[in-house]
Design a protein around this ligand. Structure first.
Ligand code: ATP
Ligand code: MG
Length: 226
């Protein structure tokens, strides 16, 4: 059996006096689609940010791509994220000074790819995400749903092994959201990538392989879906 892509064990985390996560353990296998659900403030984004190595938990361990994250410095975390992982964050993730096309091309440009090729590929991802009209638009002029389409295009351009998405379709109407999620699921299924998607939307969660429901910082229930 292949190694898990992500293992969280006994994760606890507080912001000042607010305890956000209190003892979360979970394992994600390559190719698995996991939905994390639960009411606002239950710790979903915090768990996702810990999984991505953006937040260091106060206790517990994170093993990402079979590598313990405790001793890994910020630069190496960033490199690891760029090479194997994609994030679609809940808030303000696009670079405001870059147009839609360059936002999508950015991970490839940062990795030294040929700029023309990176932008050609970025345009094709914008098209697939229904966002080609945003190629020359800068993020402050985009609606929330438009910015989400661009962020999803950027998350898929690198063929990541793990996609972490925090309410990636929360600002879209139901049809647009469904299409974008179908694209993400299709890409993950096609490439064998794992996808962890935080959502409030039951119809999104229903299309995952497994759903974990958080309540007040703990896993309240877990369901394997078929
Ligand atoms: N930067 C922060 N500083 C202080 N408290 C925070 C911070 N981020 C989150 N919290 C608190 O931690 C708890 C968990 O927050 P988190 O953002 O993980 O919840 P969530 O489940 O993602 O909520 P939502 O569905 O509204 O996005 C909440 O009580 C929140 O107020
Ligand atoms: Mg959140």
């Amino acid at each position: 059996m292949s190694q898990p892509i992500l293992v969280l064990e006994g994760i606890e985390h507080a912001y000042h006096r607010t305890v956000a996560v209190r003892g979360v353990s979970l394992t994600v296998q390559p190719g698995e689609i996991l939905a994390i659900t639960g009411p606002s403030g239950c710790g979903k984004s915090t768990v996702l940010h810990i999984a991505a190595g953006l937040i260091r938990p106060q206790s517990g361990t994170v093993r990402l791509f079979d590598q313990p994250m405790e001793g890994v410095g910020d630069d190496d975390r960033a490199r690891l994220r760029r090479s194997k992982l994609s994030l679609v964050l809940q808030f303000g993730q696009l670079v405001t000074e870059l147009n839609g096309l360059d936002n999508v091309a950015l991970p490839l440009l940062l990795d030294g790819h040929d700029p023309r090729e990176a932008r050609r590929l970025a345009f094709s991802w914008l098209e697939r995400c229904g966002a080609e009209a945003l190629a020359e638009v800068e993020p402050p002029e985009m609606s929330g749903g438009q910015a989400q389409r661009v962020a999803v295009a950027r998350s898929l351009i690198t063929s990541p092994q793990l996609i972490l998405a925090d309410e990636p379709t929360g600002s879209l109407d139901s049809i647009g959201g469904r299409e974008l999620l179908d694209l993400m699921i299709g890409e993950a299924r096609g490439s064998g990538a794992a996808l962890i998607v935080v959502t409030h939307d039951n119809s999104v969660a229903a299309r995952a392989d497994r759903e974990i429901r958080l309540l007040d910082g703990v896993i309240a229930s877990e369901a394997v879906l078929v």
